[in-house]
Design a protein around this ligand. Sequence first.
Ligand SMILES: Nc1nc2c(c(=O)[nH]1)N[C@H]1C(S)=C(S)[C@@H](COP(=O)(O)OP(=O)(O)OC[C@H]3O[C@@H](n4cnc5c(=O)[nH]c(N)nc54)[C@H](O)[C@@H]3O)O[C@H]1N2
Ligand SMILES: Nc1nc2c(c(=O)[nH]1)N[C@H]1C(S)=C(S)[C@@H](COP(=O)(O)OP(=O)(O)OC[C@H]3O[C@@H](n4cnc5c(=O)[nH]c(N)nc54)[C@H](O)[C@@H]3O)O[C@H]1N2
Ligand SMILES: [Mo]
Length: 749
Amino acid sequence: MTQDGSVSSPPTAAGGLGALISSFQHARAHGLAKDWQTFLKANQADGFDCPGCAWPEPKKRSSFEFCENGVKAITHEATQRRADAAFFAKHSVEDLRKRDHYWLEQQGRLTEPMAYNNRTHHYEPISWDDAFAKIGKILRTLDTPDEAIFYTSGRTSNEAAFLYQLFGRMLGTNNFPDCSNMCHESSGVALGESIGIGKGTVTLEDFEKADAIFVFGQNPGTNHPRMLTELQKAAKRGCNIVTFNPLKEAALLRFTHPQHAIATATGMSTCISSHYFQPVVGGDLAAIKGIMKHLIEWEEERGGILDKDFIDKETSGWLSVRDDLRLSKWDDLVANSGLSKEQMAEAAQIYATSERVIACWAMGLTQQKQAVGTLQTLVNLLLMRGNIGKPGAGACPVRGHSNVQGDRTMGIIEKPKPAFLKALGKTFGFEPPTREGYNTVEAIKAMHAGRAIVFMSMGGNFAAATPDTAYTEAALEKLELTIHVSTKLNRGHLVIGNESLILPCLGRTEQDAQASGLQQVTVEDSMSMVHASRGHREPASPQLRSEPAIIAGIAAAALKEKGPDWQALVANYDLIRDKIAEVVPGFDHFNDRLKEPTGFYLGNSARDRTWKTSTHKARFSVHPLPENSLQPNQLRLMTVRSHDQFNTTIYGLDDRYRGIKGKRFVVFLNEKDMAERSLKAGEKVNLISGGNDDKKRVAKGFEIVAYDLPRGCAAAYFPETNVLVPIDSYAARSYTPTSKFIPIWLERA
Ligand SMILES: Nc1nc2c(c(=O)[nH]1)N[C@H]1C(S)=C(S)[C@@H](COP(=O)(O)OP(=O)(O)OC[C@H]3O[C@@H](n4cnc5c(=O)[nH]c(N)nc54)[C@H](O)[C@@H]3O)O[C@H]1N2
Ligand SMILES: Nc1nc2c(c(=O)[nH]1)N[C@H]1C(S)=C(S)[C@@H](COP(=O)(O)OP(=O)(O)OC[C@H]3O[C@@H](n4cnc5c(=O)[nH]c(N)nc54)[C@H](O)[C@@H]3O)O[C@H]1N2
Ligand SMILES: [Mo]
């Protein structure tokens, strides 16, 4: 398709009328303009959890606990459009492979199970029983259960996730890669080692008490719009909001709450960031070290900067961090961060004069080679002034998918803890496998090498979300069987193994009727609050099944007599929750506690200053500056989300807050970098990256847009640029693909 579109100067504020208009337009296009009931149920105690993001809901809720992007997520799930059997009869897989992500998404909800026919090259209807029997037969004949891989995307409910991992482990494998591997895995690894728990330590109430909020590598205006409400409230009461982002993001500059009528009508906006620092891509570790070096120097000059009591009582490793900072050179910190010594002093000054500081971050930090080191350095910064485990302070990894945190809690992990396996084995009377499974990168490699031959995807769009698209698609094409449990058509369905199945499921907004009546499921948000979600819409098709029901069908077919009575568990999800209560710490009396309308808090050991680390203290750790080396003429490309997408789901072709209309194939560049290459705005370039394997990877036809970002840096949209991320380029220790640091060359198209 052609993408003519237009480019204009980005706005200087976000939200307001534009957000309201955009919400309405999306709802109307999908036949939901009159359906405000559905939106009013979002994030309410008697409604469903908005599938938009993992930002928590306040205890006291307004009738409008959703945002523009929540409206888009709900609209696209509740759409009246259908990709049914007639649709697949009309379009061969070859035809569908020529379409882009936007077109595929526009086709609407999947309605019945489909199997790929390799003679007609079309997907054709198959009954649920036949689909289960086919899967069961192939899974029963594997040489080893490790030939099967079970991927999860973070929308899957706790109940479905728990059943899914139980089934996989009863089959005999820990191969549970999930979207987390590409997302906040670095946060989990870093926090786990440093403070003994891989989750954020703050709750929503802390945002009301913080004196400063540092926001690193995150674009909340697009990806967590409800977070802006908290930032706006904080800014209004004088809390400093200190942003670190190479790009000037409109919503981090100024914001108008779209549900505040007067402000919206008059265009009144609030300044969000009191300070906006633009490090180079990958420069955060050095920037944080620079801040810390200032603090140490000030402590030595005048004292009173560090929380020495906290450091003495609660931490280990301080002296080596102090010595490392003493030895580090300002020139290196400045060159590596792209910030001046004075800018780092300005940030350090705010940090030092704030009693309570929260540090938030998202993909700008986690999808870097040195991500784990950067995040542990950020923890160092927090520990220097005791900013963990006191009100109004703490670490806040802002999660993506609405239940990505809950899926992990339920055991979706390739490296399960022995205690979890022991409890699972005891409850269900079996010996769970202890071999580590594959993470996402390892899973792709195993498929390539023929070590895995079955791939099942519980939601998500593995083919498009993963790195090195050509390599990954080739890996998927080698498989014996692919199984996709999905709500909407996506690229993943079109990368065909020997056999491929699409199993359509209910979405969050829909009623889930089982033998005992209507069911509720549960999710855990970014701040460890667990609560119920109940859909109320009529399902998009009578043939849809719930995720737990689909897992039960497959498990019964694959395991035959082994395992619990899957059908009984699915007949009443209370029974699944009773089992969760037996296995997963923190879920005792699960069903009872769900009666609390806003859910319950799982707790966080670090918040209580109980440090479950190897030293039984909060751990300071030393990390060298990253090399971040580039070859001549290369730029650092970060791949980001537009305002009109949810990951690989492309709702529309605009990126309102960056001034882009009607197109996605754009690359944002600094004007000086353009001039140096004799390139002009509007010209088209190809983006070229390399890897250890010397293979050149090319993404073609990107229009140049001049933008406010540091020299040597570039930005373009994911997933069109995933082809450029080499499979072997991932964060040390967390294996998260380096989607925010891809060295590229530009070539005139
Ligand atoms: N509407 C909508 N909501 C979403 C999603 C969506 O696609 N659409 N996705 C969900 C998911 S799964 C996730 S994980 C989150 C993602 O939420 P974000 O992490 O906010 O998403 P990205 O677009 O990847 O944005 C990363 C930000 O990091 C900045 N950045 C890039 N490199 C660097 C760097 O080296 N240093 C610093 N300091 N900043 C850098 C970019 O300029 C950008 O502003 O959002 C969730 N919510
Ligand atoms: N280059 C680059 N790559 C990235 C990133 C990046 O910033 N840059 N970000 C990474 C991140 S943070 C993430 S989280 C991953 C996302 O990776 P995924 O989670 O795999 O991808 P999504 O695009 O969120 O998945 C969308 C599909 O989920 C299905 N779906 C939607 N709702 C439901 C439901 O309720 N149930 C089921 N069963 N299916 C449903 C629909 O069929 C839809 O097409 O991508 C990663 N990839
Ligand atoms: Mo994510």
